[in-house]
Design a protein around this ligand. Structure first.
Ligand SMILES: [Zn+2]
Length: 524
């Protein structure tokens, strides 16, 4: 079934023209004009409108007639009066709901084009019902000229009319709800019609040959062979020898600690961090296992992590990181809370784009958190006299085109050296460094006797903030927020496509909203 269309717009912006042209190109569609299709039939009942909506609906169904308007045209002032009293007597989205009720029954198999409908509440209703909401606008001079030609109004009369329309129908607000907005002063009718038709065709989903990235994510591009750009760069630049050198560097830190420990290991008690801790200790390190306290981890994480550390015979600390929060981070948390409060699709997409392009986004909690975590890892490593921090991340740390070298470096270790006079700290993506696969990790867990979590999970399993964000992100972006992260685990061969997809299948419902979690953590 094709999508229904509804065309809103300011007066004299070409709504009927576009609807007509659309119906030529889309012969299956039925076109219904608001005045002919609803306002005139209602006008017949206007003097004695039944107070019961169902009674009115029933009688309207009987008298709806295409030729009625020609016989009994209605002027704008009367139409406005009818609109106001209907809204008052029944409910704000009266026109939209009645339209839908009557015409989806009258044409049960045909998709519909509604035009000439007014009112912000009606636009909202149509959008909720999955209609393609089109909004037409035009430059003011053009509207003035068109109306004076069409209706012979004076400039003053037109301006009053426009003001009245906007006051009553909140026409300008509709622009924000619309799926498509066109300025008919700058785009020709044919082009508008083409764009509307194009947007009706559902996009074919393309998935990468190797990983689970799809074209639903606007940032993923595909090459001719069907690989996504991430896989393409990775496969072209992965170098086993470079990784072997990094492993040697990593091992050189054994016994290098200034105090009791020579490494810190980030631990949530999930499968990857638990296996990492165990293996790092087996290598001969003396680790300190730690969990950062951000104020929004599930409380059970700390109990679980402590248990794993005990099993490995390793010291464990919960490290509060509040002291590393900067004013800039607090601003980002506030921005995030506002974004989720408004819950608007366009804003989510816009922020996601900014996040991918310039690291300016706040829509993904991990983006905001990352800065804080990196900060905290660096200073805590210095404080504990260690040079390396190992974490259970199954993918590379960086994949960037360097300007000096032709080749990219697929690296498992990130060197942090923010100050020239202070030592460097090395952040190690341990499973990737040793090229572990999920089956290897499972073997290690078995050896440890740790059966806690076998399945691959989204970030929301341990982080309340990610959990609260998961559903709104899926809804507003059209794909699971962890897709890119798990796609990279598939790229490196840690997971199979099937395992990654299974992890993304379930969208977690959280009993708290993002602003609630942030408030609880005292971040806003
Ligand atoms: Zn890929």
């Amino acid at each position: 079934m094709l999508k229904n269309i509804v065309i809103f717009g300011e007066p004299a912006t070409g709504k009927s023209t576009i609807a007509k042209k659309l119906s030529f190109k889309l012969p299956n569609y039925k076109i219904v004009e608001s005045s002919d299709g609803l306002i005139v039939p209602i006008a017949r009942h206007f003097k004695k409108l039944p107070s019961n909506y169902n009674t009115l609906l029933y009688s309207l169904e009987k008298i709806v007639d295409k030729n009625l308007a020609a016989k009994a045209p209605i002027n704008r002032k009367d139409a406005r009066e009818i609109f106001s009293s209907l809204v008052k007597q029944y409910f704000p989205s009266f026109i939209a709901e009645t339209f839908e009720n009557i015409y989806s029954k009258k044409y049960p198999t045909a998709p519909l084009i509604f035009t000439g409908v007014r009112g912000y509440e009606n636009a909202k209703y149509f959008k909720k019902q999955g209609y393609l909401v089109v909004f037409l606008k035009a430059n003011k001079e053009d509207i003035l000229e068109r109306l004076s030609k069409k209706r012979g109004y004076s400039k003053k009369e037109i301006l009053n009319e426009l003001k009245e329309e906007d006051r009553l129908y909140l026409t300008k607000k509709i622009e924000k709800e619309a799926d498509l907005v066109f300025n008919t002063s700058t785009i020709c009718v044919a082009e508008i019609v083409d764009k509307i038709i194009k947007s009706l065709i559902p996009k074919k989903i393309q998935e990468c040959k190797k990983c689970i990235n799809t074209n639903q994510n606007p940032f993923i591009k595909f090459n001719k062979e069907g690989y996504c750009d991430v896989c393409e760069i990775y496969l072209k630049n992965f170098d086993k020898k470079a990784l072997a050198k990094e492993l040697a560097l990593f091992k050189s830190f054994i016994g290098s600690g200034k105090g009791k420990y020579d490494i810190m290991v980030g631990l949530s008690g999930g499968k990857d961090s638990s296996a990492t801790l165990y293996q790092v200790r087996e290598m001969g390190f003396t680790p300190l296992a730690f969990t950062f306290d951000l104020g929004y981890f599930h409380p059970y994480i700390y109990r679980r992590a402590k248990k794993v550390a005990e099993m490995c015979g390793v010291d464990y600390e919960i490290i509060p990181v509040r002291k590393y929060i900067t004013k800039k981070m607090l601003r980002s948390f506030r921005k995030m809370a506002d974004l989720y409060k408004r819950d608007k699709k366009e804003e989510f997409v816009k922020d996601y784009v900014a996040g991918r392009r310039e690291y300016q986004g706040v829509v993904r909690p991990c983006w905001v958190c990352r800065e804080l975590i990196i900060h905290a890892r660096y200073f805590e490593a210095l404080k504990h006299g260690v040079r390396a921090v190992a974490i259970g991340i199954n993918e590379w740390t960086s994949l960037k085109q360097s300007t000096s070298q032709k080749k990219l470096v697929v690296s498992a270790i990130r060197k942090l050296k923010p100050f020239p006079d202070k030592p460097a700290v090395y952040i190690v993506h341990f499973p990737f460094l040793i090229q572990a696969k999920l089956k290897d990790t499972k073997k290690i867990l078995k050896k440890m006797g740790w059966n806690y979590y076998h399945n691959v999970q989204s970030n929301a399993a341990s982080c309340l903030l990610a959990c609260a964000a998961e559903e709104p992100l899926c809804k507003n972006l059209g794909f699971h927020p962890d897709t890119t992260r798990l796609a990279r685990e598939v790229t490196v061969g840690f997971l199979t496509k099937k395992e990654a997809k299974r992890a993304l299948q379930r969208v977690r419902k959280c009993k708290y909203s993002v602003p609630q979690v942030l408030k609880k953590a005292e971040l806003i």
